[in-house]
Design a protein around this ligand. Structure first.
Ligand code: TGC
Ligand code: FAD
Length: 390
């Protein structure tokens, strides 16, 4: 009954198919019922709510665009985006779990794996029986993953993996990790590492002020013997993990809209109800400026995401276009969270409302999957042809 307000100022719903709206509304309804009531406590306790894994699988959040024969939902890119939007309306940390599972674990197994690997892992990842993580970032290599030192050696019967990954979402509870490591020639490959392999550990990173309802940790490889059949055979080089990031970044461009919508919706309701100086604060010009700018920015972000989704459906979206949308939409959301927080005055800093949690979460979202700066430099390179990274 009391669904979130859309918002949909430009009637973007008219551009969606019935399937898009059905998928979106199912996700919206599930978030309202199953995530919103428990998420604040999970964040306060800094615990990933394992109880929602089954529901995430049921709304198609694990592998939305992976074909149904592998257990995925077989949906298009716009449905994928809409699911991410609705999940992040609940919490960016929950969306992170879905992003990692779908775009960073299922996608590489589907795109770069062989048929045995697809059959072995994808259905279990789609149902949530297996949870995955993605290890690219290292303590000394964040924005420049190409410099990674995690490596593996061919020992005849198996690969011997050594190194460490840091800041890895889902690591503390993952059943498998897609790990990027260099071979003896320095070429990057993806390996599927399974929990229980000797020498593999996943310590949790504590005391985060952001994404507290998402578990983050390390992946440590100390002479781990990885069976040869666990190497992803169909793509290597830095382009392989970056291809996964394209898919995840696209989902984040939609997800950030969800966080922004929730902040706007909360601030608008509050401003209409909160009386100061004898009238609702929504009647003051300064508060209207904040709210009017929020809905304008959300509308622009929705159009950017939708057009990008159309390009993705046609196989025409470039990495640089995805960077622009990720960067713009996350910055849009973080600014809205900060403004919305002010509209709530003192109430805005409490856990009674979701805004401060979104605001803190978005500090991670603006940093992971390529920082705000890195995405600007990707646009800079694309339009000038000159790399300013190095
Ligand atoms: P560069 O020389 O530019 O490129 C190396 C090779 O990669 C190719 N490539 C891409 N391929 C596919 N998709 C893309 N987006 C690609 N971008 C580049 C490129 O063509 C080249 O191929 P080849 O065949 O010529 O070798 O590489 P560089 O070392 O200069 O670095 C480029 C840079 C800085 C843009 C890149 O490394 C980067 O994006 N850095 C940011 C790192 C990052 O995003 N890390 C994310 C880690 S995962 C994560 O944060 C998960 S959080 C998830 C959650 O919880 O939701
Ligand atoms: P650095 O690369 O050290 O950057 C520090 C600062 O320097 C930034 O402001 C950056 O913009 C700037 N900078 C760097 N290079 C340049 C340059 N060339 N020009 C100008 N400025 C520059 N990684 C994974 O592999 N898997 C995950 O699941 C994952 N989950 C994460 C979850 C959380 C909660 C967080 C916080 C991070 C996660 N990450 C994950 C890691 C994330 O992708 C990195 O934090 C990110 O890529 C930035 O790397 P860094 O933290 O080492 O920062």
């Amino acid at each position: 009954a009391d669904l979130f307000q859309a918002p949909d100022y430009y009637h973007i719903d008219d551009l969606l198919t019935d399937e898009h709206k059905m998928v979106r509304d199912a996700a919206r309804d599930w978030v309202k019922r199953e995530v919103s009531p428990i998420i604040e406590e999970a964040a306060q306790k800094a615990e990933f709510p394992q109880s929602i894994v089954k529901g995430l699988a049921e709304i198609g959040a694990f592998g939305p665009y992976i074909p149904e024969e592998y257990g995925g939902a077989g949906l298009d890119q716009i449905s994928y985006g809409l699911i991410m939007q609705e999940i992040e309306r609940g919490d960016s940390g929950v969306r992170s779990t879905a992003s990692v599972q779908s775009s960073l674990v299922m996608y590489p197994i589907y795109q770069y794996g062989n048929e045995e690997q697809r059959k072995k892992y994808l259905p279990k990842l789609a149902s949530g029986e297996f949870m995955g993580s993605f290890g690219l970032t290292e303590p000394d290599h964040g924005s420049n993953p190409g410099g990674m030192i995690t490596n593996f050696k061919d020992k005849g019967d198996y690969y011997l993996l050594n190194g460490a990954k840091m800041w890895i979402s889902n690591s503390p509870f993952c059943d498998i990790a897609v790990v990027w490591a260099k071979n003896e020639e320095g070429r990057i490959h993806g390996l599927i590492v399974e929990r229980g392999m000797e020498g593999f550990s996943t310590p949790e990173t504590h005391n985060k002020w952001s994404l507290r309802a998402s578990a983050t940790g390390e992946l440590i490889f100390n002479d781990v013997k990885v069976p040869k059949e666990n190497l992803l055979p169909n793509k290597s080089g830095l382009g392989a993990p970056l291809g996964c990031l394209d898919s995840a970044r696209y989902g984040i461009a939609w997800g950030a809209i969800g966080a922004a919508m929730d902040c706007y919706d909360t601030a608008l309701r509050y401003a209409k109800e909160r009386i100061q100086f004898g009238k609702p604060i929504a009647g003051f010009q300064l508060q209207q400026k904040k709210l009017a700018e929020m809905i304008t920015e959300i509308t622009k972000a929705q159009l950017l995401a939708l057009r990008l989704g159309q390009l993705k459906n046609e196989g025409k979206a470039t990495s640089a276009q995805i960077s622009m949308a990720k960067r713009n939409n996350v910055e849009m959301a973080i600014k809205i969270a900060r403004e919305a927080r002010q509209i709530l005055g003192g109430m805005g800093i409490t856990g009674e409302y979701s805004i401060m949690r979104h605001m803190m979460n978005l500090e991670s979202v603006i940093t992971y999957e390529g920082t705000h700066d890195i995405h600007l430099l990707i646009t800079g390179l694309d339009i000038t042809g000159i790399s300013a990274f190095k």
